[in-house]
Design a protein around this ligand. Structure first.
Ligand code: GSH
Length: 231
């Protein structure tokens, strides 16, 4: 049995979508990051970086339990466990992992900072806003060029690279980006969004998460002193 400890954010959704795509039995447990549940000791045991998502699998390698944090590692684990969405041959496997790392090291962190400075920061700092918006546009450009030649990010097959990137890439308007400037990304976003498992993945824990901006208490937990307190 797989338990996923998560929240309805792009990094959480990657894992929710993967579990749905692989048809794996799982239970989703909300970790309300606005309330600071990511700092509770039980959660830190499986996610020492106090970030969602994390999973436990009672039937891990050799039949023994395993826990994992970092969405990229979780996607690779679930792909290997179910033998899906990570090609078996070495060339396509590494083409997939290269685009997965591009998401983990580029799209996620840069789009995340763009969200932070444009939407969450109380002080609107033009340099920071421009820096991360421009970097997001550059990354959309890289994807658009790749997707001009291939149906999916890593080639002709739908893989964990797409599953990791779609939840971030679909939010064009969050980054003040006109989707028509990146027509190949737009087409790919729509193609993936039409998948029933992706739609189901977006529903996981969605009702738990309040809409709207963070309150000042949540802001303090996520971006204030609570965030960097030594534990
Ligand atoms: N590299 C990590 C990033 C995870 C991450 O940043 N998660 C955010 C939500 S999307 C989080 O848990 N934030 C809680 C906090 O900042 O305290 C991954 O891909 O799993």
């Amino acid at each position: 049995m797989i338990d996923v400890y998560s929240w309805a954010t792009p990094n959480g959704r990657k894992v929710h979508i993967m579990l749905e795509e692989c048809n794996l039995a799982y239970t989703a447990h909300p970790i309300d990051i606005g309330k600071g549940e990511q700092f509770e000791s039980e959660f830190l045991k499986i996610s020492p970086n106090n970030r969602i998502p994390a999973i436990t699998d009672s039937e891990g390698p050799d039949g023994k339990p395993i826990s994992l944090f970092e969405s990229g590692a979780i996607l690779i684990y679930l792909a290997e466990k179910s033998n899906k969405f990570l090609p078996g041959d070495m060339r396509h496997k590494y083409e997939t992992l290269q685009w997965l790392m591009f998401q983990m090291g580029g799209v996620g962190p840069m789009f995340g900072q763009s969200n932070h400075f444009s939407h969450y920061a109380v002080d609107k700092i033009p340099y920071a806003i421009n820096r991360y918006d421009n970097e997001s546009k550059r990354l959309y450009g890289v994807m658009d060029k790749q997707l001009a030649n291939t149906e999916y990010l890593a080639g002709d097959e739908y893989t964990i690279a797409d599953i990791a990137t779609h939840p971030w890439a679909q939010g064009f308007e969050r980054r003040g980006v006109d989707e028509n400037d990146y027509p190949n990304v737009k087409k790919w976003v729509e193609l993936i969004h039409d998948r029933p498992a992706v739609k189901r993945g977006f529903e996981v824990l969605a009702n738990e998460r309040p809409s709207g901006n963070f309150t000042s208490a949540e802001r303090e937990i996520l971006f204030g002193k609570t965030q960097f307190k030594k534990r």
